[in-house]
Design a protein around this ligand. Sequence first.
Ligand code: GLN
Length: 304
Amino acid sequence: MDYTQLLENIYQSILPYAKEGKQADYIPELAKVNPDQFGMCIHTIYGEVAAIEQADTRFSIQSISKVFALAMCLSIKGDALWTKVGKEPSGTAFNSLVQLEVEHGIPRNPFINAGAIVMADILLTHLGNPAADFLQFVREVSGTDTIEYNEHVAISEREKGYLNAAIVNLLKHHGTIENDIEEVLHFYFLMCSIEMSCRELSQAFLVFANHRRRFDYAGVVLTASQVKRMNAIMQTCGFYDEAGEFSYLVGLPGKSGVGGGIVAIYPLQYAVAVWSPRLNAKGNSVLGIKALELLTTETQTSIF
Ligand code: GLN
């Protein structure tokens, strides 16, 4: 399979949609990003790699960081994690407060903001050096030691982060989190602010795609069964209230972020990352979803 040609063809086919949607602007630093950018990279478990356009440009991974946080939390707490956060799709927006109140401060799943804020609290409690340890894990899993946080993005998100502040207060009220709310929020925003390229993200997610291989990076050890179950949660919860539509159109487990990135995996075959900042109303990249829909159609690699 000539993956480079395939990705180029996909890019040409989606160009008519290049001006649809708009980038996230509720995080002031992200409003400054040029929305007219696109990158895509695929890694197969057989060692093939194809990358097109701006596949090496780093961007804010935002909610994609929630997958790395889940890997760390599962390795620390095992199944006990599920007493603090659920694993059911939410059907609501990533920053919704509605269910959290009704369900007494237990977030539906780790991939909505409330769930990731609970994971930030767990990591603060259990890691010796939370910011350094988290970054080291992301670097090792992606095989790149230059990945960094973008503190400007994290600080700028706090300035307008009213909804996330409401979520952390509700969690604290219900006793779901242990640490100081400002510390938890800061660490959550810091994880979201990591910058990576499509090439780095698809490399990192290859280890989730290749779930039968031993998972042991920077002290984060997971069994094959745990990685397989993480993939299941990516399938059901990776796209908030668009998880059903993503399954319908693309048919792969994955995770999106409001920086415009999407990573998806075809278990035991490949990981693919795509990035374009213009988002649809649900906060997912317009070109990203279109590109992945074409990829799984052309290669007949949806899991369904
Ligand atoms: N940092 C973002 C927020 O909390 C992450 C959201 C996302 O990428 N969907 O709003």
